[in-house]
Design a binder for this molecule. Structure first.
Ligand code: ZN
Length: 132
């Protein structure tokens, strides 16, 4: 299964939890695992709290650690090395347990799609495996 995602900024965090929950429900899996992954090399999937100040903090941290156009090799052919490097740091997937047909997330945990070189049309793969 896949989700279509349209991003509106170069760098942003999009909360996709509700959409992933719908796919888990549609899958009828009661006990298993849900893998949320991205095939794009300049996007990531992360779990954290959806609090606006924290979302800014995360994006600001990435910007400080990996500023754009700082002399990277990949910028010689494509001016988005920082986006690839941010994606490497954040990772391309998260695996979340499914129990009683529901994602097992902490009270404050949400699933984010991290756009690191937008705005673009993107897709997110959601694979649910287990027993119905
Ligand atoms: Zn590139």
């Amino acid at each position: 299964m896949a989700l279509d995602v349209n991003t509106v900024s170069r760098v942003e965090l999009l909360d996709i939890t509700t959409r992933v929950e719908e796919l888990v429900r549609d899958s009828s899996v009661q006990s298993g695992i849900c893998v949320v992954s991205t095939r794009h090399t300049t996007t990531s999937i992360i779990l954290n709290e959806n609090e606006p100040g924290l979302c800014s903090d995360i994006l600001n941290l990435l910007e400080r650690l990996i500023p754009p156009l700082a002399g990277y090799g990949h910028d010689r052919i494509d001016n988005n090395a920082d986006a690839h490097l941010k994606a490497v740091m954040l990772g391309s997937s998260e695996s979340i347990p499914v129990i009683d047909g529901k994602l097992v997330l902490g009270t404050w945990q949400r699933i984010f799609f991290a756009e690191l070189d937008g705005p673009r049309h993107r897709s997110v793969d959601v694979t649910v495996i287990g027993q119905e």
